[in-house]
Design a binder for this molecule. Structure first.
Ligand code: TLP
Length: 341
């Protein structure tokens, strides 16, 4: 199968498995796992933050960021197509008792001007705007990169208003290798940043939350409360360290594959792709057919060994990653052509 449903489907390579097998481990609930400790140290260094916390998933990293930086009845501004709003099963309401204020952006990007209007005046009858979340790269928008100049403007506004900022950087390394902007620089404009090892970086499990010591101390406690304390997790952290050492620069290849796939399928009748959104490894496209025909298209592709997934609002999504070669991408393009002809 050529699995383009997500970059989460990647399997640990031989080298990664060896690193996992050889990992030194200890009980991380006692803080005694040397490999987890090394991963957290390394990620704090990469992001220029004081501390980091290894967690099982990107959702948990985002939710701990919200929980640690808000109080019940606060408000969180985020983009209306963001992962936190759409795919995290209303966890901010469930875990943090906060209200989400979605602001519609363009291709996942909102501006400081957009947000300014939505910041609540400080009055007892308004919720307190406590946190602004930005997603970089933006999943539902097609892997779009949040422009650094806009992040800076939002940061200025947030500092002026006393609002904290979190970056859902599940795929921030994709943004970084594409723009050449170090992750540390992205991180310098937010109070907390999370990223995932289990997507394009190719690890089987795990994400990290990086922030100041106080926030990470809170997140550590909340991770325990929600059952996220892990024991000999060094075996997993070793995969994450291997990913940081070996799988970052190669993300650029995934972007090239995505551009190639998007380019070729955009030439086909009935397929539309907004090429301006194909900036990293995700391709969101539309098949201008009925829902039933779209389902048939997906299953015909599956019969040919190609898996794709649904995007939002009837769109389709393909993602390139390290387990899909340029040859596989060419096969996928041919399959799309055959199925449509
Ligand atoms: N995204 C998954 C699905 O949940 C949609 C995918 O296949 O793309 N932030 C962003 C921007 C994400 O795209 C995801 C996962 C997460 C957070 C959550 O990560 P996990 O799945 O590790 O909880």
């Amino acid at each position: 199968m050529i699995d383009l449903r997500s970059d989460t489907v990647t399997k640990p390579s031989k080298g990664m498995r060896e690193a996992m097998a050889n990992a030194e481990v200890g009980d991380d609930v006692y803080g005694e796992d040397p490999t987890v400790n090394e991963l957290q140290r390394r990620c704090a260094e990469i992001t220029g933050k004081e501390a980091a916390l290894y967690v099982p998933s990107g959702c948990m990293a985002n939710q701990l960021a919200i929980k640690s930086q808000t109080s019940p009845a606060d408000e969180v501004i985020l983009e209306s197509e963001s992962h936190i709003l759409n795919y995290e099963t209303a966890a901010p309401a469930f875990l943090s008792q906060v209200q989400l204020f979605p602001v519609q952006g363009v291709n996942g990007v909102f501006t400081a001007d957009d947000i300014q209007k939505q910041i609540r005046p400080r009055a007892y009858y308004f919720p307190k705007t406590a946190l602004i979340c930005i997603e970089n790269t933006h999943n539902r928008a097609g892997g779009t990169i949040f422009p650094i100049d806009e992040i800076k403007k939002i940061r200025e506004l947030a500092l002026k208003e006393g609002i904290r900022m979190h970056m859902d950087g599940a795929r921030v390394f994709n943004a970084s290798v594409e723009t050449g902007i170090p992750v540390k620089e992205y991180a310098s404009y937010v109070d907390s940043i999370s990223f995932c090892f289990s997507k394009g970086l190719g690890a089987p499990v795990g994400s990290i939350l990086c922030s100041d010591k106080e926030t990470i101390t809170k997140a550590h406690k909340y991770r325990k409360i929600i059952g996220g304390g892990m024991r000999q997790a060094g075996i997993l952290a070793a995969a994450a360290l291997y990913a940081l050492d070996n799988n970052v620069q190669r993300l650029k290849e995934d972007h090239e594959k995505a551009k190639c796939f998007a380019n070729e399928i955009s030439k086909l009748k009935d397929i539309s792709v907004d090429m301006s959104t194909v900036q990293t490894n995700i391709i969101i496209f539309r098949l201008n057919r009925t829902d039933e025909e779209i389902n048939k298209f997906k299953s015909a592709l599956k019969d040919k060994g190609i898996l794709i997934s649904d995007g939002s609002y009837g769109s389709l999504r393909a993602i390139c990653h390290l387990d899909v070669s340029m040859d596989d991408v060419k096969k996928a393009i041919d399959a799309v052509k055959e199925v449509l002809s």
